[in-house]
Design a binder for this molecule. Sequence first.
Ligand SMILES: Nc1ncnc2c1ncn2[C@@H]1O[C@H](COP(=O)(O)OP(=O)(O)OP(=O)(O)O)[C@@H](O)[C@H]1O
Ligand SMILES: [Mg+2]
Length: 277
Amino acid sequence: MENILEVRNLRVWDLNSDKVLIANNSFDLRRSSCLAIVGESGSGKSITCRSIMRLNGSSLRQSGEILFKGENLTTLSEKKMRRKRGRKLCMILQNGMSAFDPSCVIGVHLKETLAEHFDCDWKKNEIEEKMKLAMESVMLKNPIEIMNKYPHQLSGGMLQRIMIALAIVLEPDIIIADEPTTALDTVSQFEVVEQFIQLRKKMGCSMIFISHDLGVVRKIADEVLVMKDGEIVERGPTEAIFLKPEHKYTKYLVSTRLALSENFKKLMRGETIVAES
Ligand SMILES: Nc1ncnc2c1ncn2[C@@H]1O[C@H](COP(=O)(O)OP(=O)(O)OP(=O)(O)O)[C@@H](O)[C@H]1O
Ligand SMILES: [Mg+2]
């Protein structure tokens, strides 16, 4: 299978302290597949994703190549890079709230985002209709009502589903989801993961999925990268990582983290659990 994204010798360091945050990492994302990145807090998962999007803060520097469909993103101008973001590479973050402008209603934010990425001659009504359908497809009832609400009036799970609906309309080639379910309670987590799985089925898009929840990872990912202290310590097909972890750290992660996702597994088996408040 062809690679849609190739990361070559990615190195990221902090200019202020000269600390190396990502050592020298190379990995591939295959077209239409889902790659999970797991690893303890501070291991460099988010920085890796932000490096791909070129969204690291100005105090961080990076070297190496990021090849998207063979094109090296690191040499693009900021203007060209901006055109890739959203439309080609879309990032969904942990906290839906931070992705939205708190001072305007959801609908305004969505319209602005969509207008930025689609040609002006795309009919306005058509975009709105698409967005409405996408929202319905991620089980958001009453899209019109939701569009008239402010972010703080919606739950975390709803905001994540709006982000997924937006991705459905934008049809990016790659979705990078950085712990998209971590801030949610177990029930919403289950629903949002289900929407991610549907999204992949529907659009065949490629995905990088970061999660602390190995139950979620096992369900959604084709391949897994295990990171520790800015390095990739193990990689392989998902089942191999879970059934036959080789690195000491992966063994530790698999044994401890699976215990945490018991509730999730119960939900997947259709058992009912009491929602956390
Ligand atoms: N802007 C920054 N400047 C300097 N150091 C940073 C910056 N952002 C992150 N770091 C450091 O880089 C390392 C990796 O951070 P990163 O956010 O990628 O971890 P992570 O694996 O995503 O962790 P978590 O699971 O908690 O989200 C950490 O040691 C962090 O303190
Ligand atoms: Mg992170």
